[in-house]
Design a protein around this ligand. Sequence first.
Ligand SMILES: NC(=O)c1ccc[n+]([C@@H]2O[C@H](COP(=O)([O-])OP(=O)(O)OC[C@H]3O[C@@H](n4cnc5c(N)ncnc54)[C@H](O)[C@@H]3O)[C@@H](O)[C@H]2O)c1
Length: 322
Amino acid sequence: MENIRLLIVGAGRWGMNHVKTAASILPHENITVCDFDPASESKIKSVSEKITFVNNIEDAKNITCAIVATPAETHFKIAKELLNNGIHCLVEKPITLNLEDAEELNKIAEEKKLKLMVGHVLLFHPAVKKMKGDIEKGRIGKLQYIYSNRLNLGAIRSEENILWSFAPHDVSVIQYLVGENPIEITAKGADFVQNGIEDTTITYLKYPNGVNAHIFVSWLHPFKEQRMVVIGEKGMFVFEDSLKSEKLKFYKKGFKNVEGKIEKFEQDYEVVEFEEKQPLKEEQLHFYNSINSNIEPLTDGKHAYEVLKILVNATNKLKINL
Ligand SMILES: NC(=O)c1ccc[n+]([C@@H]2O[C@H](COP(=O)([O-])OP(=O)(O)OC[C@H]3O[C@@H](n4cnc5c(N)ncnc54)[C@H](O)[C@@H]3O)[C@@H](O)[C@H]2O)c1
């Protein structure tokens, strides 16, 4: 990792998690943090005196890669400048606010042979990896239905709605588990707190292999719930990241056809063990390894583009339905 010289742009709520994570992986002299808010400097120095702090990206010297953790509307401009200067980029979600910008970032990265990755951190969650592996081994049989609830009385944003704030995570995991792109997208939502900014949305996805999915996101909800249910012909997974323990469960439940009669089968659930690893650390390690080993990141610019396509499509449906 000695050759990784990292710039983190944006030291806000999420950016600070990136700073602390990077400090647990890289030599501190190899980390520069940029935030135009001068008050960020003391937060950075409290992590390590050896981390360099700058107010402008142009003042960051001798860097090879960057993490962009600024608000979504700034991602395109910052990532474009960095890529054009030959810097590999990990951009926080959503990668950009529209498809044209995401396409342009992909094009620059491809032309300059740089890594472009998006921070869909759940794809680095060991429980999600475990589900994916077990699905591939046939543990739940043919995939049928997935739903995801991401609910909280959360931080309300005014520059984006709940779909853009929460759903990129769910969309990215569903895309990863299904391994296809949807053929039909519908969405409905409602705005209660701020006019024209949805607090709650439901998005339905239909995939070509018969898999259906829905995503329910809300920041107007009495308690935190992060629950994904994955249903197959032979069994079901329930992944609840908001729980302290027993986050992943397997239920051998469902229906089978026995000589023309539909019969129910059900057993008690089993807790599924998975590796104890911190998803954000795994995400950063994946970024650095993809640079060092010249491999395409799992959440590369093309994956980011497909997730964005779903968000844009769902947004168009929301506008019709609001
Ligand atoms: N992957 C995840 O699970 C996850 C979770 C939360 C947020 N995020 C994403 O992270 C990004 C940041 O979110 P946040 O909640 O930390 O926002 P925030 O508003 O708390 O912080 C943003 C920081 O960026 C700085 N900034 C803005 N423009 C800048 C520029 N041009 N140059 C330098 N600094 C600049 C601001 O001063 C601020 O300190 C968003 O894209 C968000 O969607 C991802």
